[in-house]
Design a protein around this ligand. Structure first.
Ligand code: AMP
Length: 578
């Protein structure tokens, strides 16, 4: 028997999931009908001439595929305070600011209560499956979550990141309690105005409640790794705070000091235990497991652009399993992890057919002789195993046939709902002429080349890339921040290896005839990627939602400037010199 939690019946959640996934095709038709009926008064839909029709074919015939760019004029009117039925029948009063780390600047997308409902639905489903495999008793979660700055748009709409809109919902805490996922830090820490101070307090709360912590989490894995890297630097202050019951002076925000004063009491015994544990670690291996003896797992989005952090996360986690969470975006949720025992590298996300209407654009393999005509999108139950697709979503918050820009691969089906592997952002591409390298290709090249660093017990802390076409021929620039100092010799080898590791035929053939110049590896100062993170926080992003941009576009002047100002060494590949 699965355990019943007050207000949350896990058996029922699993039963419902079985039901909707068994009948995914019909559920999709119903979901589309409901979205279109609920929003029949929306100006956007009325102008497209649906005339009350809600079936998939009419929808496809009347409504065009769009990207954020096409919707921007509508969204801008809402931001400016036009409260008529623009994209939804019920006017939108809140906007989410998507991280925008992939595009260079944050973008507004509509948020409403229906999206909160789908969030709870997703959380409940993955929790029910997770708890079957890794049951947690009542306790707390050490969650590195942060609210972004919330502000009003010109027209008076509330705006913040999607996670902030979730945290701010009055039902969030209740939902998290039911899911035994209540954050061990007080709300003031989550909503603090300075994330360095909030992070310090999260770590302190984790230590104070170390025996109660059932799991350690954040929205994205990057934030967990970042937190424990910070822990390595501040642990002595944390231990001193616990010993004396006095909060470090580094926390200056009154609301944080006030909230922490209610839970921080002198506890020399706990301070000694923590200190002894830390002293017993070798190179911080197993830190999370050691500090939180009752933790069952580490939890957060660990796929896609988060994969490069897995090695470090495993190092900190020790024997604790890493569980990837769900798949979604500020625009809307898509799929959930109901196979929590799979390691993140082979994670599958099962689409919830009742939370939105989904279409899939087959991706060309790139080897066709035909002119690049974009294939027609197919429905949720028509996708083929092994094929890659770009996802198109229709949500209850006013996005219709919206190209999310993510490429996924169908790995199989759960009943009749597809199980997806996240592949990449579709827009992230290193390309100069006929070459095409995706963020995944870049990740593999970096993994390969960083093996030379591992021999010196060093690692790549973070990385990004861009194409430099300021001189002819253009070339790839890969930027690394490294955990220590590597020799010139090793870094030259890394550089050559990077160049050789892009195996795309367009790249190798162009390199051989020098249509693409020698790859350049730039090593940047320690803390450079922290500066990039802070730049995005300044734009309104939340730390827990942050994703390092893996390819920086030429329009992203600020990030390019940060990178250029912090270069300590440059290496040019000789891999293709004869
Ligand atoms: P945001 O712009 O902050 O709303 O981030 C949404 C984007 O994060 C998605 O479009 C994906 O590219 C990425 N993302 C979200 N969930 C996952 C996941 N489970 N695996 C990989 N990437 C994800």
């Amino acid at each position: 028997m699965l355990e019943k939690v007050e207000g949350f019946n896990m058996e029922k959640v699993i039963e419902e999931f079985e039901e909707v996934t068994k009948d995914a095709g019909r559920v999709q038709i119903e979901t589309l009908r409901k979205i279109l009926e609920d929003n029949s008064e929306a100006e956007y839909l009325q102008n497209l001439g649906l005339n009350g029709r809600t079936d998939p074919q009419s929808f496809k015939n009347c409504v065009p595929l769009v990207t954020h760019k096409e919707l921007e004029p509508y969204i801008n009117r809402m931001i400016d305070g036009d409260l008529s039925s623009i994209l939804t029948s019920k006017p939108i009063t809140t906007m989410s600011l998507s991280s925008g780390t992939t595009q260079g600047k944050p973008k507004f997308v509509p948020w409403n209560d229906e999206l909160f409902e789908t969030t709870v639905q997703i959380y409940k489903t993955s929790f029910a499956f997770r708890n079957k495999e890794f049951p947690i008793t009542s306790g707390k979660a050490l969650s590195f979550i942060y609210s972004s700055k919330q502000f009003k748009t010109k027209g008076g709409l509330a705006a913040g990141t999607a996670t902030t809109n979730v945290f701010r919902n009055s039902r969030y805490t209740v939902a998290m309690q039911a899911l035994k996922s209540q954050c061990c830090s007080p709300e003031e820490v989550i909503f603090g105005p300075d994330f360095h101070q909030s992070l310090y307090c999260h770590l302190l709360c984790g230590l104070i409640f170390c025996d109660e912590v059932q799991f350690v989490s954040s929205t994205f894995a990057h934030s967990i790794v970042h937190s424990f890297r910070t822990f390595e630097q501040v642990w002595e202050d944390l231990v001193a705070d616990i010993r004396d019951g006095v909060l470090s002076e580094r926390v200056t925000v009154p609301s944080l000091r006030n909230a922490m004063s209610k839970i921080l009491k002198p506890d020399p015994n706990l301070a000694n235990i923590i200190q002894t544990k830390i002293m017993g670690l070798s190179n911080w291996y197993g830190l999370i497991q050691e500090l939180f003896p009752n933790a069952k797992y580490v939890y957060g989005i660990m796929t896609g652009s988060m994969e490069p952090y897995l090695k470090k996360l495993r190092h900190y986690a020790g024997d604790l399993p890493l569980l990837t969470s769900d798949y979604g975006s500020s625009e809307g949720w898509i799929a959930t992890n109901v196979n929590p025992t799979l390691p993140p590298e082979s994670a599958l996300y099962t689409v919830l057919p009742q939370i939105g209407y989904f279409e899939f654009i087959p991706q060309n393999k790139g080897d066709s002789d035909f002119i690049d005509v974009e294939p027609e999108p197919v429905g949720l139950t028509q996708v083929k195993v092994g094929q890659e697709y770009e996802i198109v979503i229709t949500t209850p918050a006013g996005l219709y046939r919206y190209r999310l820009g993510d490429v996924v691969k169908v790995m199989g089906f759960y009943n009749s709902s597809p199980q997806l592997k996240f592949v990449r952002r579709s827009s992230l591409l290193l390309t100069i002429n006929i070459d095409k390298n995706t963020e995944k290709d870049l990740q593999l090249a970096v993994e390969e080349a960083s093996k030379f660093l591992a021999e010196e017990k060093l690692e790549v802390v973070d990385y990004t890339s861009y194409v430099d076409v300021s001189k002819d021929p253009g070339h790839y620039v890969i930027v690394w921040e490294i955990s220590g100092e590597a020799s010139e010799e090793v870094l030259s080898e890394c550089c050559n290896c990077l160049d050789k590791s892009f195996v795309d035929a367009g790249y190798t053939s162009s390199r051989k005839v020098n249509c693409i110049g020698a790859l350049e590896l730039r090593v940047v100062r320690h803390g450079t990627f922290q500066k990039i993170l802070e730049h995005y926080i300044g734009l309104g992003s939340a730390v827990s939602q942050f994703k390092t941009p893996r390819c920086v576009g030429s329009n992203n002047a600020k990030v390019l400037q940060i990178l250029n100002e912090n270069v300590v060494n440059k290496y040019i590949s000789s891999a293709f010199n004869n």
